[in-house]
Each structure stands twice: as structure tokens, then as C-alpha cells.
Design a protein around this ligand. Structure first.
Ligand code: NAD
Ligand code: UFG
Length: 338
């Protein structure tokens, strides 16, 4: 059993990981300011797990608040999800992204150092690779993110690498997520974006539910099987399991290691739309629109490092991703506001 401080524990990936941690018998403290989430997610996690995480409302930019939590909870490890994640918004408000994602992480690391906490699992992103020079992306692919958001992830990876190098006995796993989608099979927790969703699966779910008229597909002239963008979608419950494996790895290994988290299998936007039609049992209207600026044609993960170092592989497929998203959407038409 490990005592795990989870920053951003009420968020989409954080809540699924908190559930997996509690089910595996770990003690969890969620530290979240609810900038992009609801405390209701943690209430539901408590019901599903049959026991509660400790819950603290706080901001990672607030050193005194972090300090108080470390002093009281004495975590063995940190899983650091908290941050801002909208690529477009990061272009409009870069300083907010650097403040929360970079300075906020620095506060977390400094607090870890003060309290001699030596293990961290960090939420990085496939966006650190930028345009593909070759596919699938392996972890040694050059890093050239194309947005302020992506650069915050790269800078934090570098900061963590430097810190781990300088501090004997510390250990960090930087998980580079590909495209997290889906929801816990209970349909009780899931992704609950504010406003009109930017991402494909939440958008598809709302069209299927009749809350949006049709999906706009950004580009049908890419060099892919059907001309639409191809991504490596990864089920959020598989992703949660990868964090458990990363925690175990960090407990037995020193150094900083970047590891992709994907399935190694790509699906195009049209393939995803058809899979969602099957899951929801209804047709989904769509139209082709121009390419979205900044999008790449294809993104695919090399997954052998995760298999080798973490002994982890994704087990859920595209059908599971769509069925669970639809289950969550139809049970909670207004997300946590229901
Ligand atoms: P999310 O927005 O649902 O979760 C982030 C959580 O952090 C939220 O609960 C939010 O309230 C909290 N938070 C934000 N700023 C905070 C602050 N200053 N102090 C304390 N808490 C704060 O996002 P998610 O999809 O669960 O993503 C989690 C992490 O994974 C993020 O770091 C994100 O960049 C990264 N990531 C996500 C994706 C994705 O597609 N979802 C892909 C790659 C990487
Ligand atoms: N798409 C549409 N219509 C939509 C939404 C998306 O056609 O309404 C397409 C996109 O053009 C893309 C695919 O669906 O081809 C996936 O798009 P998402 O927005 O769901 O995901 P991205 O691959 O753009 O973004 C994800 C994460 C980001 C991360 C980025 C780069 O959400 O956090 O991968 O790795 F930065």
C-alpha cells in the first residue's frame, strides 16, 4: 500500500486513476482547485470504490497549501495531473499556461523535496513530439511541440529530468498520453467538458444525444486510409491502470523515464464515427470542414517500452471506448451537473 497524493484528482483522468488506486488498496489524497472539474466526481469515486480518498481543495500554485497537505498526509509518491490542457486556449493565454503548468509543477517538486518525497508520475502528452518524422512515435523521436501547451509539457519533462538527476534516490515516470477517451464502465464518471467540446469523442457523444446537430470533420484530404485524421485512442481505464504500473516502477527504479501510453493501433475520425454509431445504435450526421490549424495527419504510439518497463498493455478496443462514452453520456446528459 502506498500513500499517493493525486493533483488534479477530480479531473477526467485523475478521477479514473483515483478509483483504480483506491481499488488497488492505496491511500489517496486528491488536491484540486476544481478549475476544470467538479467535487461530484470524487463523491462518485467514493461510492464506486467503497471508500473515500482524502479530499483537499487547493491550488498547486499555492505553496503554503501544498506544504500543509504534504505535512499532514506524508505521501510516498505524487501523481501529478493538475494543469491546463486546451491547446487553442494556450495560444491565447500562454502566460496562464506557463504559470499553472510550469511554475505550478515547480511548486509541487519543491514541496516534494522539502518533505523528502521521491517519486512522481507526471502527465505528459504525445503533443511533445510535434510533427512526425516517422511513425509510430517512439520515445526517442525528436521533441518539437507546436503550441504553448505542448511546450509546457516539454519544459516540465526537462525540469523533472534535471531534478531527478540532481537528487539521489528520486524517480520519475513521465507518461506521454496519446488520445485518452472513454469512461469507467459504471457510467458514473467520465469526461465532462465545459461548453462545446473541442475533442472528438465528447463531440460525437453530444451529436448522438441530439444536443449538437452534426460533427464537423476537420479535413478529408489527409494522407490516411480515408482522408480523415488518424489517432491512437486509449481508453481512460487502461490509462488509469498504466499509472498503477508506473507507480510500481517508480518505487523500484531511480531516474527519469518517458513512456508512451497508447494502444499502438490507429483509428481515423470516420472509423471512430462509425464505431460510435454502432455503440449508440443511431446514425450521426457529419459534414467535412477545412483542416483545423495545428492538426497532424497521423499520430501513433510505439508501445514496446511500456510493455517492457511497466509490464502494461492496453486491453480495451475502440468499441469499448465508444460504448463506455455513450453509457456515460446517456446516463449523465448534463455531466456532473445532472
Ligand atoms: P482535466 O482538466 O479533467 O483535469 C485536470 C485537473 O486539474 C482538473 O480537475 C482541474 O480542476 C485541476 N487543476 C487545474 N489547475 C489547477 C491548479 N492550479 N491547482 C490544482 N488543480 C488544478 O484534464 P485531464 O484530461 O484529466 O488531464 C489531466 C492531465 O493529463 C493534464 O495535465 C493534461 O495536460 C494531461 N493530458 C491530457 C490529455 C487529454 O487528452 N485529456 C492528453 C495528454 C495529456
Ligand atoms: N476532430 C474533428 N472534429 C471535431 C473534433 C476533432 O474532426 O469536432 C478530429 C481532429 O481534427 C483530429 C481528431 O478528430 O483529427 C482528434 O482530435 P481531438 O481534438 O479529439 O484530439 P487531438 O489529437 O487534436 O488532441 C489530443 C489531446 C491534446 C494533445 C493532442 C496532441 O486532446 O491534449 O492530442 O497529442 F495536445
Amino acid at each position: 500500500m502506498t500513500r499517493v497524493l493525486v493533483t488534479g484528482g477530480a479531473g477526467y483522468i485523475g478521477s479514473h486513476t483515483a478509483l483504480a488506486l483506491l481499488r488497488a488498496g492505496h491511500d489517496v489524497l486528491s488536491f484540486d482547485n476544481y478549475a476544470n472539474s467538479s467535487p461530484e466526481a470524487l463523491r462518485r469515486v467514493t461510492v464506486l470504490a467503497g471508500r473515500s480518498p482524502e479530499i483537499v481543495e487547493g491550488d498547486i500554485r499555492d505553496r503554503a497549501a501544498l506544504d500543509a497537505v504534504f505535512f499532514r498526509f506524508r505521501p510516498d509518491a505524487v501523481i501529478h495531473f493538475a494543469g491546463l490542457k486546451a491547446v487553442g486556449e494556450s495560444v491565447e493565454r500562454p502566460l496562464a499556461y506557463y504559470r499553472t503548468n510550469v511554475t505550478g509543477t515547480q511548486e509541487v517538486l519543491e514541496t516534494m523535496q522539502t518533505h523528502d518525497c521521491r517519486q512522481i508520475v507526471f502527465s505528459s502528452s504525445a503533443t511533445v513530439y510535434g510533427e512526425a518524422r516517422y511513425l509510430p512515435f517512439d520515445e526517442d523521436h525528436p521533441l518539437a511541440p507546436t503550441s504553448p501547451y505542448g511546450r509546457t509539457k516539454l519544459f516540465v519533462e526537462d525540469i523533472i529530468r534535471d531534478w531527478v538527476h540532481a537528487r539521489r534516490g528520486t524517480s520519475a515516470v513521465m507518461l506521454r498520453y496519446f488520445n485518452p477517451v472513454g469512461a469507467d464502465m459504471s457510467g458514473q464518471i467520465g469526461e465532462d467538458p465545459n461548453g462545446i467540446p473541442n475533442n472528438l469523442l465528447p463531440y460525437l457523444a453530444r451529436v448522438a444525444a441530439g444536443r449538437l446537430e452534426r460533427l464537423g470533420i476537420f479535413g478529408n484530404d489527409y494522407d490516411t486510409r480515408d482522408g480523415t485524421g488518424e489517432r491512437d485512442f486509449i481508453h481512460v481505464s487502461d490509462l488509469a491502470d498504466a499509472h498503477l504500473a508506473a507507480l510500481d516502477f517508480a518505487a523500484h527504479q531511480i531516474g527519469a523515464t518517458a513512456i508512451n501510453v497508447g494502444t499502438g493501433q490507429g483509428a481515423t475520425v470516420l472509423e471512430m464515427l462509425h464505431a460510435f454509431e454502432t455503440a449508440a445504435g443511431r446514425q450521426i450526421a457529419y459534414q467535412f470542414l477545412p483542416r483545423r490549424p495545428g492538426d497532424v495527419a497521423r499520430s501513433l504510439a510505439a508501445v514496446d517500452r511500456a510493455a517492457r518497463l511497466l509490464n502494461w498493455r492496453a486491453t480495451r478496443d475502440v468499441a469499448d471506448m465508444c460504448v463506455s462514452t455513450w453509457n456515460w453520456q446517456s446516463r449523465n446528459p448534463d455531466g456532473y451537473g445532472t
